[in-house]
Design a protein. Structure first.
Lengths: 703, 71
């Protein structure tokens, strides 16, 4: 058996790491976690020769071993600790030929760690187009590192890369670091010496790094820290600056002697594009045009495949209903299992389409421009330029929107974006708004052209946006962050997106959603099915008997009889009991227990509200919004004889649905993206509280 | 002078950074004394700056821009 070699993939952001990772591993990828942080770890198996495969670990893109964000810190943590589960046997370092000087800084640090390194000079195709000539033998010789020239876009040089990687793995056991790139200062020499006994497995440079970063390295014990403090502290910045400058002093002549550039006007095309795309006026218009396209795609185009999925599962339900006897098992299968699976799969079109568009924007280099344009505005609310994309997509569906925040590298800004995105009115709120708005606003024309109901619709959307920004501002004030917020953003040269990367992103996002969030959604679906279908035996029996009596006295048709039975049953079910149980709490909002039931069942998804109301008012759960609306209009309070759905109750209910976290799928995705139930819980509580207080205010003021 | 004093299209050379916190980060990203910086454009209200730094492009906030001393 061949040893299972681990290879770490390292490089600066925008070096083209992920293209190389995708080329080497294809579909043989999986997602794991780096210990202790919420950063995804991409693992893949690469077949280097017919009988030789290795595990490739994709590390976050980083500029140096002196981290400023927690993503970058992962690299330093792993590479100073040979015991770390991700500590590799060798390193594959990706550098962009067109930006070589900058990209060799981290390489020179990585070289000093004492692990065998293969340097892949990437973007050979772009370099050729820019007429950049490169002498890789000279680079290899001067750096003391094996080098191959490749292109992640055209896959050139991949055979050489695989061969060299294999060789470097096979000889990794015998690898001995020659001279370090960095010439240690006296303090650094001292630190390396003093720590030699305590950190015997590390190289000198690793010991120096430990002496720099000891306060933040998680694998050190308190005793270790005290020891370092006493014997080898290296005041970070001074040494870092000296080391970095010294490295650049060696890298500059090295690059000058091995790379020839035609002139110093790099990529005029990017400048031309940016004259328009980052223009004060045109830039904003183009951005909103693109967002309109994204919105249109997930709002309108995705409905076609969504209807197919809906139809398939509708058909499946019918087949089951026709072929199985009417018992608990059939009900579990149709209302629990099939409904649960459908509830997960229905989101695939939106997720796939959104990520297709987003990764094209990302890969082409446009996203960095959006950040440039919106950073200032978004920062006031504790958000990031990239948050705009999430907020806009949220108008279609919060689930892909929350997943899209992955590209926000500042943890606090990303968290706030996740927390507030569900406040933006999504498409699932539309059926609820449609039913209720008619009770609040008459369908009349105002100011000559506008429909009053349409304006009310817009008002609800605006309310959601205001709530999202205001909550973001509050979170910004509350949340503490150890990362200082700054913007030093590289604006990469525009490049044609690599479609392989785009499709792998779509595939990976969809798969993650179906598996990770799908589990939670499925379980909650089953629980909700149980609550709505079962109740205390005595109550359920009484309900059936009552329904039979009504059906007999009123001589109802089969369809109507079924509807009456369903209405009586849901009232007697656990969900019905829960509805009655929470009635005292929701009475101040103007809601009765029937609305209470709908609030509980529509936690599955907001649009379920309409179906549940239909069932409760025994008009058949497949009725459309307008039949439900007519029925609600007739509903009277049994005690007072007054209509239940006055405009105040309806407004109160509308406000509730604008704010409330009535979506288990969103909660499941928040849990998945923040990797803890804590934030999903906080999101649920703050949104529900906002909804409750909003409704309370409305009903108590106008009721 | 610092980046905030630059006019659009004007080019100057980096002398030093007057803030320890971002000095390390700037160095890692290849922004170091001796680099040539050109201001290409600014966003509305002059809050974010679009720069060319030697061969690459970078966006910085006004706060950071004030910390890069030029000559």
């Amino acid at each position: 058996m061949q040893k299972n070699y681990k290879i770490a993939l390292l490089g600066n952001p925008n070096a083209g790491k992920s293209s190389v990772f995708n080329l080497l591993t294809g579909m043989r990828q999986k997602i794991g976690n780096f210990p202790g942080v919420t950063v995804d770890k991409k693992l893949g198996t690469a077949l280097l020769a017919p009988d030789f495969s290795v595990t490739l670990i994709d590390f976050p893109g980083t500029y140096s071993l002196f981290p400023t964000s927690s993503d970058e810190r992962i690299v330093t943590n792993t590479f100073t600790n040979p015991q770390d589960e991700n500590y590799p046997d060798a390193i594959l370092y990706i550098a962009d030929i067109t930006q070589l000087e900058k990209h060799l800084l981290l390489l020179s640090q990585v070289h000093d760690l004492g692990l065998p390194v293969l340097l892949a000079l990437n973007m050979a195709d772009a370099a050729r187009a820019d007429k950049i000539e490169i002498d890789e033998k000279s680079i290899s010789k001067q750096l003391g590192v094996k080098t191959v020239v490749i292109s992640g876009r055209t896959a050139e040089g991949m055979q050489d890369l695989k061969r060299e990687l294999k060789e470097i793995c096979e000889t990794s056991g015998d690898y001995i670091l020659g001279k370090t790139f960095l010439r240690f200062s006296d303090e650094e020499k001292n630190a390396a010496k003093n720590l030699r006994e305590k950190f015997s497995q590390q190289s000198d440079y690793q010991r120096v790094l430990i002496a720099h970063h000891y306060k933040k390295l998680p694998f050190l014990t308190e005793a270790d820290r005290a020891f370092i403090e006493q014997n080898a502290p290296l005041e970070s910045l001074k040494h870092q600056v000296r080391g970095t400058m010294q490295r650049f002093e060696r890298i500059e002549p090295l690059v000058r002697s091995s790379v020839t550039r035609p002139g110093d006007a790099p990529d005029a095309l990017t400048d031309k594009i940016d004259d328009i795309v980052t223009h004060r006026v045109w830039g904003l218009l183009i951005f909103f045009g693109l967002m309109l396209l994204v919105f249109q795609a997930i709002f309108a185009w995705a409905t076609v495949p969504m209807d197919w999925i809906d139809a398939i599962f509708g058909g499946l339900t019918e087949v089951v209903n026709d072929n199985l006897p009417d018992n608990w098992f059939r009900s579990l299968l149709t209302d629990g299992v099939i409904a649960g699976v459908a509830g997960v799969l229905i989101f695939i079109p939106q997720i796939a389409i959104l990520f297709f568009l987003i990764s094209i924007l990302e890969e082409s280099g446009y996203m960095a421009r959006a950040v440039y344009l919106f950073d200032n505005l978004m920062r006031r609310f504790g958000l990031n330029g990239r948050s705009v994309v999430g907020l806009v997509s949220g108008t279609a569906c919060a689930i892909p929107a929350i997943m899209s925040t992955r590209t926000i590298s500042n943890r606090k800004e990303r968290l706030i974006t996740i927390m507030v995105t569900p406040l933006i009115s999504c498409s699932a709120r539309i059926p609820v708004y449609t039913v209720l708005i008619a009770f609040v606003v008459p369908s009349v024309t105002v100011w000559g052209i506008f429909n009053a109901q349409g304006l009310a619709f817009m008002g609800l959307y605006l309310l959601g946006i205001i709530a999202a920004l205001a909550s973001a501002w509050v979170f910004k004030k509350i949340l503490k962050s150890e990362e200082t917020s700054f913007l030093l953003l590289e604006l990469p040269v525009y490049r044609r997106p690599i479609m392989k990367n785009v499709f792998l992103t779509v595939y990976e996002k969809t798969k993650t959603f179906v598996i990770e969030a799908g589990k939670v959604i499925f379980v909650i679906s089953i629980i909700l099915w149980f609550l709505a279908s079962y109740g205390p035996t005595k109550a359920m029996n009484e309900a059936t008997a009552e329904a039979a009596q009504v059906i007999e006295t009123e001589q109802l048709t089969d369809q109507a009889a079924d509807n009456v039975l369903a209405a009586k049953k849901i009232e007697a079910s656990y969900a019905g009991h829960l509805g009655k149980f929470i009635e005292p709490a929701i009475e101040p909002l103007g809601f009765d227990w029937k609305i209470g039931i709908a609030l509980i069942t529509s936690f599955a998804a907001r649009e379920v509200f309409v179906g549940t109301m239909a069932t409760i008012y025994s008009i058949g759960s497949d009725s459309d919004e307008f039949a439900v609306r007519d029925k609600l209009r007739e509903a009277k309070n049994p005690k007072t004889g007054l209509p239940v759905y006055t405009w105040v109750t309806s407004l109160s209910l509308l406000i509730f649905y604008v704010f409330a976290m009535q979506c288990m799928s969103t909660l499941a995705v928040t849990k998945r993206e923040t990797k803890s139930w804590k934030w999903a819980g906080i999101q649920f509580i703050f949104m529900t509280a906002l909804a409750y207080l909003g409704s309370l205010f409305v009903f108590q003021t106008f009721g | 002078m610092n980046i905030r004093d630059l006019k659009i299209g004007e080019q100057k050379t980096v002398v030093c950074f007057n803030c320890e916190n971002i000095c390390g980060k700037l160095l890692c990203m290849g922004v170091k004394p001796g680099c040539k910086i050109t201001l290409l454009r600014k966003t509305n209200f002059d809050k974010t700056f679009y720069l060319r730094i030697d061969g690459s492009r970078m966006a910085v906030r006004a706060d950071e821009a004030a910390k890069i001393e030029l000559m």
